[in-house]
Ligand binder design. Sequence first.
Ligand SMILES: Nc1ncnc2c1ncn2[C@@H]1O[C@H](COP(=O)(O)OP(=O)(O)O)[C@@H](O)[C@H]1O
Ligand SMILES: [Mg+2]
Length: 365
Amino acid sequence: MRRLPASRPGDPAGPGIDPDELPDGLVVADEQGLVICFNAAAERITAIPAAEALGRRLDKALPLEDLEGRRWWQLTDPYGGLAIRVRQPERNLLLPGGREVLVAARYVRTEPTGPVHRVVVTLRDTEARRRTERSHAELIATVAHELRSPLTSVKGFTATLLAKWERFTDDQKRLMLETVDADADRVTRLIAELLDISRIDSGRLEVRRQPVDIGAAVGRHIQAYVAAGQPADRFLLRLEQPLPALWADPDKIDQVLSNLLENAVRHGEGTVTIDITPTASPREGEDTGTSVTVSDEGPGIPEESMNRVFTRFWRGSKRGGTGLGLYIVKGIVEAHGGTITVGRAPGGGAEFRFTLPVAAPAYLT
Ligand SMILES: Nc1ncnc2c1ncn2[C@@H]1O[C@H](COP(=O)(O)OP(=O)(O)O)[C@@H](O)[C@H]1O
Ligand SMILES: [Mg+2]
């Protein structure tokens, strides 16, 4: 009884589509205004059982009100109203009990100004939309908060220096300027990370693929740490040869490596081990990608937090950081068609492993 007459298999309208498969609520009334279809999504959204709605008049079966409390069907009067009206644009209406729902309607006429033959109503839940709005609001609040603390410090120190320049020694002034410098760097970095996040979230992250020597890339990062004063034996790079060719975006891969190594050095302890291995496809026994594992001997990620490390702004320790690094890392890896996982290293610390498919450009495969 819920099935639309026009959706029977073999009908000229095409193959049978079960209205219950639609993600949106669907309510259809016939030329007399009696409900002939009330799909599963409509039941879920309105909490009205289909059995109760079917065969009743549309205005009784689906008693919608606008935000001022007026009865919507009387207001719009699909069967009476203007004989040329064909639709009602989507709007926010209230169900009995005050639940909000997005409603749009089409008035189907067999002739342009003829009587309404059918009224087709779609219902959409506003809950999902509200959830995204809430998460945007939370993101803005967090970002504002993150920007405020370094800016407060910049403002505080510059104001103090300007007001009392002669009263400070050169060393004191240097210390304050160094703090200002570090805070300005923090703001710049935060903004760069936010731009990356906005590209990742909107699917605009561009991957410009070219051959990447991942072993050499990791080697360069290690050299930079050693040049900056880390003991050389803090790092152990193990390369399993031969590796398949890797086509990836070198700058973005550098960003991934730099985040994972920085985390291992800053949040972890002991030796940071980087293992680079080919990943074999279980079916053909061919190399299908490259897998990079970064592990350390620090405290690791607590089991209960492992599913949160890749979310925005999640920070486990108090050591600086914005909590955006791993979210960006995951976004970059996935934009390459790869995957990333977190686990516990054999030595007890954190272990991050990402796998990138070979992904040679189409003209080479
Ligand atoms: N190697 C690691 N060892 C221990 N904890 C880590 C490690 N890597 C990441 N974490 C935890 O995950 C959190 C999120 O990491 P990330 O997204 O890079 O943010 P950030 O480094 O800016 O804090 C860190 O704050 C830290 O608590
Ligand atoms: Mg980090």
